[in-house]
Design a protein around this ligand. Structure first.
Ligand code: MEV
Length: 429
């Protein structure tokens, strides 16, 4: 890729951006000649994806730039309706790329299926029997979905958990069987649900209990990814603050989000601005990722920051994020949604592990950008420019009127819709 073609990308027209992507070798020439076709979801397909379908709902698709992840450059498609998110991610990624980029680790990539049992006559004995028959259980689970086994994946191990009766919720003792499944490139919900439903009667037979359900767990603690970065202080100087001051303030911002749940939620919301945008653009399930990530943030019993920012012995700023990221690169709507196919091409057809690394790095970049701004000049300065643009569009500005009204609005005493309308009508006179 020759990513220098993408410099000043934000200043280019839409057509120029597509041309630049071809020149940079990010997409093929054919793709650019038929741009809308690559992104639009035809009603015919949408109608098969959901029920009672009446249309499609568009969200802007943009590109996160300047990402260097494990020494490889990435142009990252991000689908989001929120102004500033893509600019912030790209800006952070630029600083971090000057410091060597992101380094990631995919710790494991197993999905979890659960079978919950009640009325188990002897919990300890049932656990022993399950563990003794583990190979048999795994074999039966794999027999229910042989194609994943043929491709080298499948059920690999089981785990048991006893959840004791809880008076507050009037709940009985539960014996829970977890089956760990390697789903390869898929997120694997269907694979897992097929397996757990197939082995449910056998698990009941082995334990003497009654299964209340068998289902995938979205709390994918066996599918964790970490992204890290290391930024020297000379890259952090900003808005009248020295690099050391910015570093120390970022560390404090993180400490605050580690100890105060009110701040942690907003801090992590900023992380998810980036994460969700890539998850959505790649055709993955944003709700599954959100649910799992927030549960992980609360794993200590208190909801805390997903990221950690600390000072290294040599004074550099160290950033780290770890969370569950059970995404896929095939299956679900990915294979039938042409925008998801297109974004995969832009990313260079990454493996699921590589996509996890990309998404985690975007989350870390997004958080870095937000807290760097928050602890220095604040975020409103940057946001107001984009807010002005939204107001200009809401007031009815079209074409080059948008930039003209935006510019005047930024200097106006009151930045609101009324002023935007007044400026537009003055322009039209
Ligand atoms: C806004 O969408 C996200 C931020 O509030 C995140 C943060 O406060 O860290 C800027």
């Amino acid at each position: 890729m020759k990513l220098s073609y993408l410099s000043k990308f934000y200043q280019k027209s839409l057509i120029e951006r597509w041309e630049a992507l071809v020149s940079a070798g990010v997409i093929a020439e054919d793709d650019a000649s038929d741009m809308n076709n690559h992104l639009q979801l035809p009603n015919e397909i949408a109608n098969h994806m959901i029920e009672n379908q009446i249309g499609t709902y568009d969200v802007p698709l943009g590109l996160g730039l300047n990402f260097l992840i494990n020494n490889k450059e990435f142009v990252i498609p991000m689908a989001t309706e929120e102004p500033s998110v893509i600019a912030a991610a790209s800006y952070a990624a630029k600083t971090i790329s000057h410091a060597g980029g992101f380094t990631t680790t995919v710790h494991n990539r197993m999905m979890i299926g659960q079978i919950a049992l009640k009325d188990v006559p002897n919990l300890a004995l049932a656990e022993q029997v399950l563990l003794k028959e583990a190979d048999d259980i795994i074999e039966k689970a794999n027999a229910a979905h042989p194609s994943i086994v043929n491709r080298g994946g499948g059920a690999k191990s089981i785990e048991t958990r006893i959840i004791e009766a809880n008076d507050t919720y009037d709940s009985p003792d539960f014996l829970v069987v977890h089956i760990h499944v390697e789903t390869l490139e898929a997120m694997g919900a269907n694979i897992i649900n097929t397996m757990v439903e197939a082995i449910k009667p056998y698990i009941e037979e082995l334990t003497g209990g009654s299964a209340i359900m068998g289902i995938l767990s979205n709390y994918a603690t066996e599918c964790l990814v970490t992204s890290t970065c290391r930024i020297p202080v000379h890259l952090l100087e900003r808005a009248g603050y020295t690099g050391e001051e910015v570093r120390d303030r970022i560390v404090e911002a993180c400490q605050f989000a580690l100890v105060d749940p009110y701040r942690a939620v907003t801090h992590n919301k900023g992380v998810m601005n980036g994460v969700d945008a890539v998850v959505l653009a790649s055709g993955n399930d944003t709700r599954a990722i959100e649910a799992g990530v927030h549960a992980y943030a609360a794993r200590s019993g208190q909801y805390r920051s997903l990221t950690k920012w600390t000072k290294a012995a040599n004074g550099d700023l160290l950033g780290e994020i770890t969370f569950p990221l059970p995404i896929g690169t095939v299956g679900g709507s990915i294979s039938i949604h042409q925008a998801a196919q297109f974004t995969k091409e832009v990313l260079g057809s990454p493996s699921a592990k590589e996509l996890e690394s990309i998404i985690a790095s975007v989350g870390l970049a997004q958080n870095f950008s937000a807290i760097r701004a928050l602890v220095t000049e604040g975020i409103q300065k940057g946001h107001m420019g984009l807010q002005a643009k939204s107001l200009a569009i809401s007031a009815g500005a079209k074409g080059d009127q948008i930039e003209k009204v935006t510019k005047q609005l930024k200097q106006a005493k009151n930045m609101n819709l009324e002023t935007a309308k007044a400026l537009l009508s003055k322009l039209n006179k």
